[in-house]
Design a protein around this ligand. Structure first.
Ligand code: TYM
Length: 333
């Protein structure tokens, strides 16, 4: 049985991109593997978060994950800052990872934008903390969307360098698990940008707590072009927004873009957007009401997160203690 780890930032309400690219793929893994899922609040503050909002969003994220089908009887769900072993191992990894490696990270370049000097140093070493998240459990399988691939390659480089420098076979190799037709869901306003919970435009994304009207409106206003839908996927060339909407319908109806185009090719976007909005509303409606139910009882939610942190801590503590011993830190007597 593999140990699985994945994380999600509480930097906003989770989007359809998070759901199709990651969360939805986590659910079946609970039946086959030992799974740890983490709301990564320490990653979120690499970009300033308003404190009250971060706190609310952390609970909202946990409630959403439960509403999407994570089952506390089968997996461990917890908040990153509740398990200090992540930060302890991350410091060691800050001293293992090379600046040259971090300089190649495209997500840093994207997130830091033009004024790189003004980015937080946390944003720069973000991938080291991410490597620690995974390796502090010696997890080997990491289900993520396509955008996280580079970070996982870096995590493997860190693990190998640690093993090599200290002459041990301590950290295992990580396998990225990139799944699904919609491994990258794009913005509804710009088909060249990924759909993101931190995009300033709410119209660019479907949030998992959007009600039916909001979903229908956003799909209606999604960017397209005046041509009808193509007959096959070759017709996506130069039409990233069209590819994206077709990909989303394929993902929520459990089929492929090819099959969607066999059925709807030649239709105009007015009709297609109605079909897409109906499918999304049918799929996301039950998730939204479950999420609201979990959020109506915060003491129970917090108690579950506490139990999750205790379970996670029990796995992480001996591993980080051993890593510290390997590095040569004097054990506390
Ligand atoms: P985050 O919070 O940006 O996203 C959580 C998960 O959702 C996926 N995702 C998408 N998939 C498809 N289309 C999109 N538009 C889209 N947007 C997001 C992401 O690939 C991710 O799987 N660094 C991570 C969080 C993290 C982590 C980890 C993940 C921290 N530590 C350790 C795995 C293992 C992040 O920012 O995810």
């Amino acid at each position: 049985m593999q140990r699985v780890f994945s994380g999600i930032q509480p930097s906003g309400v989770p989007t359809l991109g998070n759901y199709l690219g990651a969360i939805r793929n986590w659910v079946p893994m609970q039946d086959e593997h030992e799974c740890l899922f983490c709301v990564v609040d320490m990653h979120a503050i690499t970009v300033f978060q308003e404190p009250q909002q971060l706190l609310a969003q952390t609970r909202e994220m946990a409630a959403t994950l439960l509403a999407c089908g994570l089952d506390l009887a089968k997996c461990t769900l917890f908040v990153q800052s509740h398990v200090p072993a992540h930060a302890e191992l991350a410091w060691i990894f800050n001293c293992v990872a090379r600046l040259g490696w971090l300089n190649r990270m495209t997500q840093f370049k994207d997130k830091a934008g033009k004024d790189r000097e003004a980015a937080s140093s946390g944003l720069y070493v973000y991938p080291n903390l991410m490597a620690a998240d995974i390796l502090v459990y010696k997890a080997t399988s990491v289900p993520v969307g396509d955008d996280q691939k580079q970070h996982l390659e870096l995590a493997n480089d860190i693990a190998q360098k640690f093993n090599h420098d200290y002459g041990v076979e301590f950290f295992p190799r990580i396998e990225p698990h990139i799944l699904g037709v919609a491994a990258r869901v794009m913005s509804l306003r710009d088909g060249s940008k990924k759909m993101s919970k931190s995009d300033p435009s709410d119209q660019s994304r479907i949030n998992l707590n959007d009600d039916s009207d909001a979903i229908r409106n956003k799909i209606k206003r999604a960017k397209t072009d005046p041509e009808p839908l193509p007959d096959n996927v070759l017709g996506f060339e130069g039409r990233p927004e069209v590819r994206n909407l077709v990909g989303i319908l394929a993902a929520v109806t459990g089929t492929t873009p090819d099959a969607v185009l066999r059925e709807h090719g030649g239709k105009g976007f007015g009709a297609f957007k109605d079909i897409l909005a109906d499918a999304l509303i049918a799929h996301l409606g039950p998730i939204r009401s479950e999420m609201l139910r979990y959020l109506s009882d915060l003491p129970s939610l917090d108690a579950e997160l506490r139990k999750g942190a205790e379970k996670a801590e029990a796995i992480a503590r001996p591993i980080v203690t051993e890593a510290k011993r390997i590095v040569g830190f004097l054990p506390r007597a």
